[in-house]
Design a protein around this ligand. Structure first.
Ligand SMILES: CC(C)(COP(=O)(O)OP(=O)(O)OC[C@H]1O[C@@H](n2cnc3c(N)ncnc32)[C@H](O)[C@@H]1OP(=O)(O)O)[C@@H](O)C(=O)NCCC(=O)NCCS
Length: 414
């Protein structure tokens, strides 16, 4: 059956987009709204879409975005898996398996993207295809009465200003382009992705205000930070304000700008609760608070990564400590990766190729994918029995080498 399905999967045309979109939304229990219901959004890559048809009905959908992902010390082209749905009438017959097979075959054949990544609707779906959670988002909430900055927090002499979209976009895009290169898990954003991030259609606000946009500038006018948030104003039965803000992204090139932006956000009049859902687990805000327990965090898995081509993926990242080890990798879904790989890596470069030498460490592709961005400990996976150490000390060495000083973080949900 999966072979039959694979043969029937094909990219859609622009005319077919409305049917494709409606099928996808209905599986998610929703209806499409907004600007791009009849025509594909500019980020859509229809030549990388896949649909399964039953007569004139779309019964499965899938797509890939051509992204650029920051990995430790570098950036790599990355296939961003999206639009994955199978209609209830066709579920559990191997359609998703056929889609995953086709996507990974296509990505490998094109030889451009050594890794793929996705956001998983449910955590039980993608491990069997070699994807693993590689970054976390530290969603948190707190009460403004307790979220006070430390007395020694330096907020500098610059200024935080609410700005209009165009000014925000110019400043934020410039800053993001510098900052995203340092944080594994970040994605490059071209004009289309900034359009998408700032689109702010009323149908998608779900009771929240329009986006509020802030820029932090130095005394000479140079932008050094930006923030985005939405607000929901409520009053309780006693007439007390119970305003809430949901903070999107807060980023800056200096610690003072970061503290100044948070100082602004935490002292908005009539606001009692602050929440975020996409913050980094390494958010410096935690270190800026007088009372770090005021921040109630619930980290959950965020970007899932799949190493598609072991040699190219491991050669593409950097390693904070010198490492020379042989890994024996098992990859049942992409057997081309199975075998022994000799990695020589250090902070300035890396090389990874096939070898016949005896392995130091044996692991599966899921485990390799989990540690790829530097946010999951190989020693932790070893402790869970998911990695085998052949040469004594190899897991400690590999764990140190695969780590990274900055926790991976992906604020871009696709
Ligand atoms: C998740 C979904 C795409 C699976 O499609 P499908 O065609 O039924 O999947 P397959 O038949 O290829 O299943 C492959 C395997 O994955 C398992 N699987 C599928 N969905 C799963 C889930 N949600 N949780 C755990 N396992 C799942 C199947 O049981 C099967 O296991 P097996 O090989 O041991 O029998 C489909 O159920 C769906 O569209 N769900 C709602 C939308 C969604 O969550 N999309 C994902 C967006 S990230």
């Amino acid at each position: 059956m999966p072979d039959d399905i694979a043969a029937q999967l094909r990219p859609i045309t622009a005319d077919e987009w409305p049917r494709f979109l409606r099928s996808m939304y209905s599986v998610f229990g929703d209806e499409p709204t907004g600007q791009y219901v009849d025509t594909p959004s500019p980020v859509a890559e229809l030549d990388r879409s896949l649909a399964l048809w039953d007569g004139d009905r779309v019964v499965a959908t899938a797509g890939l975005y051509s992204l650029e992902l920051t990995v430790p010390g570098s950036t790599v082209p990355c296939a961003g898996v999206t639009w994955i749905t199978v209609s209830p009438t066709h579920r559990r017959r191997g359609v998703l398996t056929a889609i995953m097979r086709r996507q990974l075959d296509d990505v490998r054949a094109a030889q451009r993207e050594p890794v793929a990544a996705l956001w998983a609707a449910e955590a039980g779906i993608y491990g069997r295809f070699g994807y693993a959670p590689a970054s976390w988002r530290g969603g948190w909430s707190g009460q403004t009465g307790r979220l006070r900055l430390r007395r020694d927090a330096g907020t500098g002499t610059g200024a935080v200003r609410p700005v209009e979209r165009d000014e925000f976009r110019t400043a934020a895009a410039g800053l993001h382009e510098q900052l995203r290169r340092w944080v594994p898990g970040n994605m490059a954003r071209d004009e289309r992705w900034w359009d998408r991030l700032l689109s702010d259609e009323p149908e998608h606000r779900h009771g929240w205000s329009p986006q509020h946009l802030l820029v932090h500038t130095e005394d000479d006018g140079t932008p050094t930070g930006y923030a985005m948030y939405r607000r929901r104003q409520r009053w309780n039965d006693e007439g007390e304000p119970e305003g809430r803000i949901r903070v999107g992204e807060v980023r800056s090139t200096t610690p003072a700008a970061y503290a100044a932006l948070w100082s602004y956000l935490l002292s908005l009049d009539l606001v009692r609760t602050v929440e975020t859902s996409m913050a980094s687990v390494d958010d410096p805000l935690r270190h800026l608070l007088q009372d770090p327990r005021a921040l109630h965090a619930k980290p959950v898995d965020a970007l899932w990564v799949r190493v598609v081509d072991v040699g190219r993926a491991l050669s593409a990242r950097r390693y904070p400590a010198p490492v020379e080890l042989v890994f024996e990798v098992r990859d049942e879904f992409c057997p081309e990766n199975t075998g022994r790989w000799h990695l020589r890596g250090h902070p300035a470069g890396a090389y990874c190729d096939r070898t016949d030498r005896d392995p130091d460490v044996v692991l599966g592709i899921e485990e390799l994918s989990a540690v790829y961005l530097g946010g999951v400990s190989l020693a932790g996976l070893h402790a869970a029995g998911r990695v085998t150490e052949v040469s004594p000390g190899a897991v400690t060495q590999a764990s140190t080498a695969f780590g990274w000083p900055i926790a991976p973080w992906c604020p871009d949900d696709f």
